[in-house]
Design a protein around this ligand. Structure first.
Ligand code: IMP
Ligand code: MG
Length: 187
């Protein structure tokens, strides 16, 4: 991928809007209601895996009405060839002991499924009261590890996407919508 050369170059790599801000806002309101229904007044801990999910986390936590704490972690998964070893390297861990919490993992996108399946394994080993996974986007065509979120807001085709927290080379996280990235322009 070539470095961004100019503002024009930066803009030209935003190929097309896939999901508008309005569509995201509406889906998050619904997701908040579903979470409220599921937990029925019980307190929850929303856990987001940095960095991609930080925007989704900020909006989702304001769409739920049940008592809610938030936590963040940073993780890298290790693989032998294409198979997950189940070993997750935590570069920044949660500061909650989750055994007394109903945990909701808040993810930006599930692609191969590797990262999240490792994180779920790890967090389950810490014996939370319950564990659910909410993802903004799901790319099921790309799955290499069998993994399904409990709640997925949008299913998208196999395109590399940017915006609303998702990056390409650390850029575009601040776009208020989800767009397709034009990889051909960047070659
Ligand atoms: P996986 O499911 O373990 O393959 O990894 C998912 C992670 O890869 C996500 O949390 C994102 O950080 C990143 N990722 C996957 N697909 C995309 C994309 O289309 N745009 C930006 N980041 C992506
Ligand atoms: Mg991510």
């Amino acid at each position: 991928m070539k470095k961004i050369a100019s503002f024009e170059d930066y803009k030209s790599r935003i190929k097309r809007v896939l999901i508008t801000k309005e569509e995201i806002d509406a889906a998050i309101l619904e997701a908040g209601k579903e979470i409220d229904k599921l937990y029925d007044g019980r307190p929850i801990l929303l856990v987001s895996v940095l960095k991609g999910a930080f925007v989704f986390m900020a909006d989702l936590c304001r769409a739920v009405s049940v008592p809610c704490e938030i936590g963040f972690m940073c993780a890298k998964s290790y693989y032998e060839g294409t198979t997950s070893t189940g070993v997750v390297n935590i570069t920044m861990d949660l500061d909650h002991d989750i055994k007394d919490y109903h945990v909701v993992i808040v993810e930006d996108i599930i692609d191969t499924g590797r990262t999240l399946s490792d994180i779920v394994k790890l967090l389950k080993s810490r014996n939370p009261l319950s564990l659910h996974v909410v993802t903004l986007l799901d790319k099921p065509d790309r799955r290499l590890v069998d993994f399904k979120a409990d709640l997925s807001l949008f299913t998208i085709p196999d395109h590399f996407v940017i915006g609303y927290g998702l990056d390409c080379g650390e850029h575009y996280r601040n776009l208020p919508y989800i767009a397709e990235y034009d990889a051909a322009i960047a070659e």
